[in-house]
Design a protein around this ligand. Structure first.
Ligand code: URP
Ligand code: ZN
Ligand code: ZN
Ligand code: ZN
Length: 471
């Protein structure tokens, strides 16, 4: 099967221009000047299918490097399975996810990883890879980290938050980072001071402050800044490259920027929710509504300017990429576990379907360039996590993961029309300029003209190489 995508503007992380893309089977065969002929014959006459992308952008499929399909968390489990979550991702122009396999204290890393393979295998609409959560750093899990690279897992996540769940203390962090530095693994850090948060949260509940808003009060920016700083210092000490996940506080960005300025190999991601949503407007919504937006790190104060600062950091490369931290829970039967006590609201927001669209608004408003949009959502995630070449780029030999994006389109986000397994949307009523027109995953059209053509099991497990940001 050969396909020619013709007439569009090809956008990469480094430039844009009129170009045709020839796809042969699962791969990109050639990127050609418009109207190219082969041995004097027009290409459209030689291919099985022609896709007209006139007036549209042709970009590499999105790589969402932070999702939690089916994650058991907060007394329940994230409501998207690998089947529903990867289908929703495809609808939104994301053609690769990197999800987090989980090891908890007392469990074997190998068993946690096997459990994640069992959940995902045969169910994914798009290609997928894993990071490994190490929720219990001890002699056994440190030893098991030695086997991760062979499994195609070249990054792992530690938590300075969630005592009693995934939490690591400083001693555990140092030991894991030393091991990671030896092995070439990239350390991903949830940087919030969990023990201090738990003290504040208990005091708030004691004082009758139980509404979702107080989730954001307890998880103060000082505790994100402090943990980010500590993670950076421990990474410096151990010579471990560091990637801080879901950054939301402008003060945490300043810590990352200072470390980068000092020459340290540290990186940060933010998520769409931290670019658009706030403590005041969403977490502070009347009654229990704010539960929809309970996630960690929390939404920050707009009065303090965190959201604008995140956009700025994406522009200046103080933050390098945008992932969703997709971890959806329904209001009924899940978020409502925390009626009367915000501490019991399962933490997470679902956005895997909307990341490409939401970031594109930064292009529309002039906050980032088209090229930066592609870089933040596809190329850098692929390079950061050892997928580049196959993913993150449209070039001969790359997987034909391609999105045709219509800048003239317009979408209104709603739970009534989204494809995620959620009874509400964190983005209800958001009006988005631009629209996904066509999505191709390894040469197969999975979304086209508002119809879904994908299937569970098309998506393959990707063994990742080492991060291309290691030095
Ligand atoms: O609220 C969040 N972020 N839930 C998912 C787990 C995590 O910490 O990434
Ligand atoms: Zn986290
Ligand atoms: Zn210090
Ligand atoms: Zn997460």
């Amino acid at each position: 099967m050969t396909t020619l995508i013709t007439g569009g503007t090809l956008v990469s992380a480094t430039g844009r221009g009129a170009a045709d893309v020839l796809v042969d089977g699962e791969r990109v065969a050639a990127v050609l000047a418009p109207g190219s002929t082969v041995l004097g014959v027009d290409l459209p006459a030689r291919v099985d299918r022609v896709i007209d992308a006139t007036g549209k952008y042709v970009i590499p499929g999105g790589v969402d490097a932070h999702t939690h399909m089916e994650l058991p968390f907060g007394g329940t489990a994230a409501s998207d399975t690998f089947e529903t979550g990867t289908r929703a991702a495809a609808w939104g122009g994301t053609t690769t996810i990197i999800d987090f396999a989980v090891q908890r204290a007392g469990e074997r890393v190998q068993d946690g990883l096997a459990a994640w393979h069992a959940k995902a295998a045969g169910n994914c609409a798009i290609d997928y890879a894993f990071h490994q959560i190490i929720g219990g750093v001890d002699d056994d899990s440190l030893k098991a980290m030695e086997g991760l690279v062979d499994e195609g897992i070249t990054s792992y996540k530690l938590f300075m938050a969630y005592p009693g769940v995934f939490y690591s203390d400083d001693a555990q962090i140092v030991r894991a980072m030393q091991k990671a530095a030896d092995l070439g693994l990239l350390t991903m850090m949830h940087a919030e001071n969990g023990p201090a948060i738990d003290v504040l949260a208990a005091q708030l509940v004691e004082a009758g402050k139980t509404a979702p808003y107080y989730h954001g009060v307890a998880r103060a920016w000082q505790l994100e800044e402090e943990a980010t700083h500590r993670a950076i210092m421990l990474a410096d000490l151990t010579r471990a490259p560091l990637y801080v996940v879901h950054v939301s506080a402008k003060q945490a960005v300043a810590q990352l920027a200072a470390a980068r300025d000092a020459g340290q190999n540290v990186f940060g991601e933010t998520c769409p929710q931290y670019l658009y949503l706030s403590l005041e407007e969403q977490l502070g919504a009347p009654g229990f509504e704010g539960a929809k937006w309970v996630c960690s790190t929390p939404l920050r104060s707009r009065a303090e300017g965190h959201q604008d600062h995140m956009w700025r950091a994406l522009r200046t490369n103080d933050l390098q990429m945008v992932s969703t931290d997709h971890c959806p829970f329904c209001m009924t039967g899940q978020k409502d576990l925390g009626l009367g006590d915000f501490r019991a609201i399962p933490n997470g927001i679902g956005s895997v379907e909307h990341r490409m669209d939401l970031l594109y608004q930064g292009v529309v408003t002039g906050q980032i360039t088209l090229e930066r949009w592609v870089e933040l959502t596809s190329t850098t995630p692929a390079r950061m996590f050892g997928l580049y070449g196959a993913k993150g780029v449209i070039a001969p030999g790359a997987d034909a993961d391609i999105v045709v994006y219509d800048p003239a389109g317009r979408t209104t986000i709603s739970a009534a029309t989204h494809h995620m397994s959620m009874d509400h949307s964190a983005w209800e009523g958001f009006e988005v300029d631009g629209a996904i027109d066509l999505v191709m995953s390894r040469g197969r059209v999975v979304v086209e003209g508002g119809a879904y053509h994908g299937r569970p099991g098309h998506g393959r497990y990707l063994k990742r190489g080492l991060s291309q940001y290691l030095v």
